[in-house]
Unconditional design. Structure first.
Length: 261
């Protein structure tokens, strides 16, 4: 579907060594893109790199910490030197530290904001500065429906995703005159290791789908968890020419859990 649009184009995906990030890397590779897979976990990246030898595109791994301005700038420069001009950026790197707002530690707050908000800022600005003179490009930030709906034990996560969302939309406004589109995908409860880590070793699918009235959390009207494929499909659409006149959009992919916010 997207082969003619992505073939030979350079894309950077952060948080590429697992979950949504890995799925986005795979989709871009299947569409023929030259993907710079970026993650702080070099060992997991190595496993990812070897898994995509049979697809039209390529994966080149880059180990970097999105919290570091120096590492981000050096990595984006290296990507352009090795692969060519970056046409697409997908911000997938993220962490979640679950605790009530009054029990959350300063370290948890700082770490969450550093990855989920500062990382989006550093990566997006490093790429946007290079896209602007070329007057083309598309940036997608994977945020969360928690950015718009309060969730118990997710104060830092929600705040960081709200910051990333607002930043991405503002960036889109400022870059619109240069033909660069910036959009947000906001998943709900997605079947990933991050979500399963919140379940404490059990299976919380039925609870997530049904909702938790004591936490003022409605269920999922469509009756199932979001999958990484659901999120990836939204990312690919927003990156593509099918969304050529879409920018500053906040695309909820949550089965209706946010009640169409």
């Amino acid at each position: 579907m997207y082969e003619d649009q992505f073939r030979g184009q350079v894309a950077i995906v952060t948080g590429a060594a697992g979950g949504i990030g890995e799925a986005v890397v795979s989709a871009l590779c299947r569409a023929g893109a030259s993907v710079a897979a970026l993650d702080v976990d070099g060992d997991r990246l190595s496993a990812l790199f070897g898994a995509h030898d049979d697809v039209p595109g390529t994966v080149t791994q880059f180990t970097a910490d999105v919290r570091s301005a120096v590492e981000v700038e050096d990595t984006v420069a290296a990507v352009e030197e090795r692969l060519g001009p970056v046409a697409f950026l997908v911000n997938c790197a993220g962490v979640l530290r679950a605790a009530t707002a009054v029990e959350l530690t300063e370290r948890d707050w700082d770490d969450t904001l550093a990855v989920n908000a500062r990382g989006v800022f550093l990566m997006s600005t490093a790429v946007a500065r290079r896209m602007t003179p070329r007057r083309r490009g598309s940036i997608v930030t994977v945020a969360s429906n928690a950015a718009g709906v309060p969730r118990v034990r997710m104060s830092a996560y929600a705040a960081s995703k709200a910051a990333a969302t607002a930043y991405t939309k503002t960036l889109g406004l400022e870059l619109a005159s240069s033909g660069i589109r910036c959009n947000v995908v906001a998943p709900g409860s997605t079947d990933t290791a991050m979500l399963r880590g919140l379940w404490g070793g059990g299976d919380g699918t039925s609870v997530s789908v049904a909702g938790v009235p004591t936490e003022y959390r409605v269920g999922i009207p469509l009756g199932r968890l979001t999958t990484v494929a659901d999120v990836t499909n939204a990312v690919m659409f927003l990156l593509s020419d099918q969304a050529a006149n879409v920018t500053m959009h906040d695309f909820y992919v949550d089965g209706g859990a946010a009640l169409g916010r």
